[in-house]
Write a protein that binds this ligand. Structure first.
Ligand code: KMH
Ligand code: ZN
Length: 276
């Protein structure tokens, strides 16, 4: 009997470009609205139910332009049914106003990071008042947050803010693991951080770099959901670049099939995530 028999169908989120991956690292990272929409469709075809979206200027400079988000979301919607999640993290150093502006376009979801963290050599700043401000704007536009946690303290902060009513419960958490500055990316770390999560939440794991696929496999086995993509990891296997986030989605779909865990449809993902 499969270990996965009583688990919910697997939601895969594709993080297709991020703000820190550039063409000198991989030629396959999409920048323009057209490129982003094409990649989102490839990921949808490969089994992803949601795309985690950042936008870029034509030269790859990270942006939070509502105009670019709007163009990209429209192109994605014209191509495929995938849910669209905007980043409110943007790039290190952006203001809250910049980061939260595009929420007015009412994407299906948006990320909400619940604390600050060393981010490589930088600091990704999310003091509690900043988190409340972004959450308030999400509530204003009816956008459901994905609570993004780079360390266990961010889970604790999220629980505290949820008690304050800063965002709705049950929440959906994304555990970003294995980034330099954040929590580690081993199965041990995942086992521990899971114990902190509320029983009624849904959660996914986004392993950074070499942690991506091993953590995906673990999450599939224990009932979590998975985020993969070039934002988090550019390699399909050691030294082999993924030709796009879709190849990483395909790899997760294969792991799910091997574990006997069906993939969620977009309709099922909407239900699991309490989206209208
Ligand atoms: N680019 C990072 C500084 C998010 O999308 O919400 C933040 C980030 C998180 O990527
Ligand atoms: Zn992101």
């Amino acid at each position: 009997m499969s270990e996965s028999q009583d688990l919910p169908p697997l939601m895969i989120t594709a993080a297709i470009c991020g703000a820190e991956v550039f063409r000198d690292q991989t030629p396959y990272v999409p920048y323009t609205p057209d490129e982003l929409a094409q990649e989102a469709e490839r990921c949808s075809d490969a089994g992803a139910t949601m795309v985690h979206l950042h936008v870029r200027l034509a030269d790859g400079t990270p942006s939070q332009s509502a105009d670019l988000f709007g163009q990209t979301m429209a192109l994605i919607r014209a191509r495929c049914p995938i849910l669209v999640q905007f980043s409110t993290g943007g790039a290190v150093g952006m203001t809250v106003a910049e980061r939260a502006d595009a929420l007015k376009l009412k994407p299906d979801m948006a990320t909400l990071t619940t604390g600050s963290v060393n981010f490589g050599e930088d600091i990704f700043a999310n003091a509690a008042p900043m988190v409340r401000q972004i959450a308030k704007r999400m509530a204003e536009f009816g956008v459901r947050p994905e609570i993004e946690c780079f360390d266990t303290g961010m889970v604790e902060t999220a629980l505290r803010l949820a008690k304050e009513g800063v965002f709705p419960s049950p929440s959906h958490f994304n555990l970003v693991m294995g980034m330099a500055g954040g929590m580690g990316g081993t199965a041990h770390h995942l086992e521990f951080v899971r114990t902190l999560l509320p029983a009624d939440c849904t959660w996914s794991v986004a392993g950074i770099g070499r942690f991506e696929l091993p953590l995906a496999e673990r999450a599939i086995a224990v009932g979590g959901h998975v985020r993969v993509g070039l934002e988090d990891n550019v390699y399909l296997s050691k030294g082999v670049l993924a030709k796009g986030s879709y190849e990483l989605v395909q790899a997760v779909a294969t792991l799910a099939r091997q574990a006997g865990r069906p993939l969620a449809s977009v309709a099922q993902a909407r239900q699991l995530l309490h989206l209208a």
